[in-house]
Write a new protein. Sequence first.
Length: 361
Amino acid sequence: MDAGTRDIKLSCRHLWKVYAAGAAPYFKSEVASAEAGELSRRMREDGAIPAAVDVSFDVHQGEIFVIMGLSGSGKSTVVRCLSRLVEPTYGEVLLDGEDLLKASQKELIEIRRHKMGMVFQNFGLMPHLSVFDNIAFPLSLQGVPKAERIEKARRVIELVGLEGRETSFPRQLSGGQQQRVGIARSLAIEPELWFLDEPFSALDPLIRRQMQDEFLRIQRTLKKSIVFITHDFLEALRIADRMMIMRDGMVVQMGTPAQLIVNPADDYVAEFTEDVPMVRVLTAKDVLDKSQTPAPCMPQQDASCCVEELLPLLASQRAGIAAVEDGKPIGVVTAASVIAALAHQDQERSSDSAPAGVSAS
Ligand SMILES: Nc1ncnc2c1ncn2[C@@H]1O[C@H](COP(=O)(O)OP(=O)(O)OP(=O)(O)O)[C@@H](O)[C@H]1O
Ligand SMILES: [Mg+2]
């Protein structure tokens, strides 16, 4: 689905967070985006820390929006500003069109309690509560009746694979297990907006992949609007509808993962994307054999299916696979067309020119 045609759930406009004794004088008059870089340099010279610099993006209804960037680039700061756990210095945050920065503390608590789920980088669990109580606690704040609380908590505990550990305390759990408690706790309240700050970073690769699958499965059913921070481009590639790369508090590039891989704005973005195997980026539609037309006997695959998933099928289908879009065959993929497309992309990557020809939507 095209993100542009969906409703905007959350809008972040020219957001700044400056850690300094007195940042207000910098914002006496409106700050134009063109001057943001210069202003942030001046702030650094003055000893202030501009952690978010003129950050603007929209999160659409049901979209997974990923933020990436090196350590210290401002990712956690931005996501915390979105829920006002960190108070922005300047800018706007609109939730369903309402200015969140104008909400009173009381209204904010209600919004966080009912509309927002948060998974923190450092877990943020309550040490004196058991796994079960940590997960059920936000539900009691919502006023959910006890029987329903127990039922919902049990369901999410099962979802994240923590059955049998309900009575443990956070200190008795590994980092990955604590993170899963955090994920379960935020899911239990069924939030409209879900903020996840590196939720899977403490998990080992196998569990991480399972959690990603689980996360995507949940998202297919629940269709939350999600802001997800990660250090891992492969993770972004698997889950993101769109993503944003940050450096020194600023947005360097925004787009779909495929757009960033194929057309990185600069070397900083290219470094994030360089280890991504093209078989995960290219789809059936990108590798069609133009000289062939689909035959009725050919097995069919969705045109948006990634090449990696097509490979096993191609190994046994010499004649090729018909790529289908909106119920209609649009072309044929063969082992040879895949190899040709991969070789072409490889060349494009090793030369410095901006590659073309890959559909990134
Ligand atoms: N409370 C604070 N006071 C002063 N500076 C802060 C504060 N919190 C964050 N910073 C600074 O703001 C910048 C951005 O930090 P932030 O935590 O947003 O980075 P990040 O991109 O999430 O990094 P990481 O990947 O390590 O989690 C850093 O330079 C950090 O030192
Ligand atoms: Mg962080």
